[in-house]
Design a protein. Structure first.
Length: 287
C-alpha cells in the first residue's frame, strides 16, 4: 500500500512567468505537507490519527526550481523572470529546472528560436545562482512556520485567513472630498483650449460612404515625398472610382428602362434555361 498525493494549483493572479511561480508554490506545499503516521506489523497496517501521533513530512530529497528566460530579437537580449507584458512581445522562452546541487532536472524551449551552446550555458549558470537563493528562502519560510506553530501561533496561510488577505491585499479606505467638484470642473473647462472647428455636414464621396473633417491638416508632422505621392494617387483613384460609379448607375438606369417590358432570362445553369416572366398589369377596378 502507498500514499496517493495529488497537488492542485489555483491561479489567483497572473502577471507573467507562471511556471516559476507554480514550481515554487508546488515544492513548498509538498514540503509543508504532513501525512498521517503509519505502522506495519506483518500484514496489518495501522494509520494513526493526528491525536494519536504527530503527522510526518514527506521524504523530499531535493527541490527542483524552475527559472524562465525570455529572449528578444532572436536571442540578442536575455531577460530573467518575464512579466505578462514582456511575455507578449518575446520571441521565445527557455525554462530550466534545477536543484541547489546544480543538477538539471528538466529543460524546455518554446517559441521557435534557435539558441547556441553559449546561451544555454549562460542560462544554466544564472539558474544555479537563482535556485540557491530561492531554496534558501523556502527553507527559512518553512523553519519560521515550524517555529511559530510550536509556540502556538499562526503563520502564513493560517494567519491571512482572519485578515481576509487570501485573494487580495488589504487596503484602508480613503475619503474623497466632493464638495467643490462643480467649481473645479468649471475652472478646468475655462482654462482648456477651445474645441477645433466642427464639421456638421459629412462630405459624400460615393454612395454609402462619407467623410468628416475635410481640409484638416495632418498633426503627425510633414509627409515624406513617397507618402505625398501615395496620397495623391489615392485621391486620383477615389475620383476615378466616383466617376465610374456614376457612369455605371446611368448605364444601369438606361438598361432597366429598355428591358422593362421584356422577359428576364437567366442562363447561369447549363442544364436548363429559366425564364422569369413579369406579371401582367391587372385591369383597374371600376365601380
Amino acid at each position: 500500500q502507498v500514499w496517493q498525493i495529488r497537488l492542485d494549483l489555483h491561479l489567483l493572479n497572473h502577471d507573467g512567468n507562471i511556471i516559476d511561480a507554480a514550481s515554487i508554490a508546488g515544492i513548498v506545499a509538498l514540503s509543508h505537507f504532513r501525512r498521517p503516521d503509519v505502522s506495519v506489523q506483518g500484514a496489518e497496517v495501522t494509520v494513526y490519527t493526528p491525536e494519536e501521533r504527530d503527522p510526518v513530512p514527506l521524504s523530499i530529497h531535493h527541490m527542483p526550481i524552475c527559472v524562465s528566460f525570455a529572449f528578444f530579437q532572436q536571442g540578442t537580449y536575455l531577460l530573467v523572470d518575464p512579466s505578462e507584458r514582456e511575455e507578449r512581445v518575446m520571441d521565445g522562452v527557455l525554462v530550466i529546472a534545477m536543484n541547489k546541487h546544480r543538477e538539471i532536472c528538466t529543460m524546455q524551449s518554446s517559441g521557435g528560436i534557435m539558441l547556441i551552446k553559449d546561451q544555454v550555458l549562460r542560462c544554466s549558470k544564472i539558474t544555479a545562482v537563482k535556485v540557491a537563493e530561492i531554496t534558501e528562502l523556502i527553507q527559512k519560510a518553512l523553519e519560521n512556520d515550524q517555529k511559530v506553530r510550536k509556540e502556538g501561533g499562526k503563520f502564513g496561510f493560517a494567519e491571512s485567513i482572519p485578515n481576509q488577505k487570501i485573494t487580495a491585499f488589504k487596503m484602508e479606505s480613503a475619503a474623497v472630498d466632493t464638495n467643490n467638484v462643480e467649481e473645479q470642473a468649471e475652472e478646468i473647462i475655462a482654462k482648456a483650449d477651445p474645441p477645433s472647428e466642427v464639421f456638421a455636414k459629412p462630405i459624400l464621396r460615393t454612395p454609402g460612404t462619407a467623410q468628416i473633417g475635410e481640409g484638416i491638416e495632418n498633426s503627425w508632422g510633414e509627409l515624406e515625398e513617397s507618402d505625398r505621392e501615395e496620397a495623391a494617387e489615392e485621391e486620383d483613384e477615389s475620383e476615378a472610382t466616383t466617376l465610374e460609379c456614376q457612369k455605371m448607375e446611368t448605364e444601369d438606369t438606361s438598361a432597366v428602362k429598355e428591358t422593362k417590358n421584356e422577359p428576364i432570362v437567366l442562363s447561369d445553369s447549363e442544364e436548363e434555361e429559366v425564364v422569369i416572366l413579369e406579371p401582367q398589369e391587372l385591369p383597374k377596378k371600376t365601380r
